[in-house]
Each structure stands twice: as structure tokens, then as C-alpha cells.
Design a protein around this ligand. Sequence first.
Ligand SMILES: Nc1ncnc2c1ncn2[C@@H]1O[C@H](COP(=O)(O)OP(=O)(O)OP(=O)(O)O)[C@@H](O)[C@H]1O
Ligand SMILES: [Mg+2]
Length: 290
Amino acid sequence: MDMRLWSLISKDYSYAEKVDMQGSEEVTVEVDDDGMNGKMVLEGRGLGVLYANKYAIKDVNIKIVRNTITAIIGPSGCGKSTLLRCFNRMNDLLDARIEGEILFNDYNIYSNGINVAEVRRLIGMVFQKPNPFPTSIYNNVAFGLRINGFKGDIDEQVEYALREAALWDEVKDRLNDNAYSLSGGQQQRLCIARALAVEPEVLLMDEPTASLDPIASARIEQLITRLKEKITIVIVTHNIQQAARVSDYVNVMMVDENMIGRLIESGPTREVFESPKSKVTEDYISGRFG
Ligand SMILES: Nc1ncnc2c1ncn2[C@@H]1O[C@H](COP(=O)(O)OP(=O)(O)OP(=O)(O)O)[C@@H](O)[C@H]1O
Ligand SMILES: [Mg+2]
């Protein structure tokens, strides 16, 4: 049992009993019938999200394997961002109703008594448009540490996060400059550093390179490929080539005849790209629509 998971639980002591009874064994799920052999870090079961009583996504079952990159692809409006936001309860901030459950290390993050701030620390998020805070480079990275009452050396942790985000060499002599003085690609790596500073287990990325040029995008792709040694990445992308290049697993979403987002195909990226099960997937990944 990862002790950091413990901090997720603020009131629900039934979980404490479960942990006591099971000793220090980490609870994991081994699956091999669907080509997903690794240990699951996140799993969505029967997920549905409704905005104003209308389903945006429905009946989504999805598994995320630890230390891999999982891509979510599909045409605009099919519910990729909506699904991604379920993983760290970001939909709570919108007027959305959620059905089903999300298991994070086997514990439902939608159950009563969950510390949502802690969920969002352990499952960080990076958005399409870089969104640094209007303050120094240093303060951006130190922000999460300060609000989480980090007890260690903040300078060291800021350097660690900037190195992890492959930005340190470019900014080490200008840490007090405003974050807005950085290029778009640097700002996106700063946002990644800000998320990494609090040592998440999972990083959710919603089209993180969509606003960047090809060189800046390639740097982010290299970066996330390296990051998966330490953390798990779930990336939404419109770029099918990017999904093919970086992801280990891919999930394809489409809207059905009622305009409700459905997960229509999942599996190891190579399998899905080389031998898609459905004609719709084949048409989508070969660029015939979307
Ligand atoms: N905050 C919201 N309130 C109401 N409806 C929403 C909200 N966010 C998304 N939707 C609707 O839910 C559906 C799915 O939207 P979502 O943003 O998840 O799609 P997407 O696949 O990420 O699209 P894109 O590729 O354009 O980013 C759409 O019909 C959208 O209009
Ligand atoms: Mg989106």
C-alpha cells in the first residue's frame, strides 16, 4: 500500500479497516485477456457524464496501465476532454453529473470522504494552452509545494521538477523572470514542471502540443516518453501520428447516433493501428474523417 494513498482518505475509515486487514500489500489488478498485462493505476467503470441532463459520454470502461502512455483519440466533440476530466474529478468544477466509478489504485475516487485536493495532486493535469500563473518561473513551480505544505527544500524540488520537465538548462539563470517571458513551448514545459513538482503518480494531458510548433511538440513528445519511467501518462490528442509515436495503448472515441460519446475501441497501440476491430476506427486512423 502506497502511504500516499492513505492521505487520499479524509473521512472514510472503512478503508482503514480494509488496509489493516490486508497488511501492506498493494492492491493491483492483473489482466491478460485484453492485452493489458501491466498493473492498473486507473480504471473507469460504467462511466457516464451528463451536462444539463444530456449524456456527453456513456458506458465507458477504460483501463490505464501504470508506467505507460495511454492515448485517447477521436473527432472533435466525442468526449475526450470530458473523459479525461473524470480521472481527477475536474468535472466537479463544471455543472456535470457523473455516473459509474473511477478506481485509482483500486479505490473509488468518487466515493464519500475522498480528499479531492489530494486526488488532484496525485493525478495532475496539463491543458492545451499553456497556463502559467502571472508570476516568476520559480514561483510557478513552487506554487503547489507551498499550498501542500511541502516540508523539504523548495529550491531543490523546483530544480528537480524543472530538470524532469527538460527546462532547467534554459531557465536556471532566469528563475525570477516572469513566466510569460518564456516561449510557448517553454511555458508548456513549465506547466509540466509545475505539475511534476508535487510528485504525481499520473499526469493527464489534454492536447498538450496543439498550440505548439513541430519542434516544441517534438520536445514534449520526447519528454513524456522519458517521464513514463516514473509516472503514468494519459494524453488526449487530435494528432493520430502523435498517438502512434508516443502511446503504448490507445482508446478511440466516437459519438453514436444520439450524439453521445462512446469508447469504441481500446488496446495496445500497435494492434489498434495495424488491425483495428471496427471499420469506423480504421476509417478514422487512416484519416478518412475527423
Ligand atoms: N462544460 C460543459 N458544459 C456543457 N456541455 C459540455 C461541456 N463540456 C463539454 N460539453 C459537451 O460535451 C461534449 C463532449 O465535449 P468534449 O469537450 O469532452 O469533447 P472533445 O472530444 O474533447 O472535443 P475537442 O476535440 O473539440 O476538444 C460536446 O458535445 C460538448 O459540447
Ligand atoms: Mg477536448
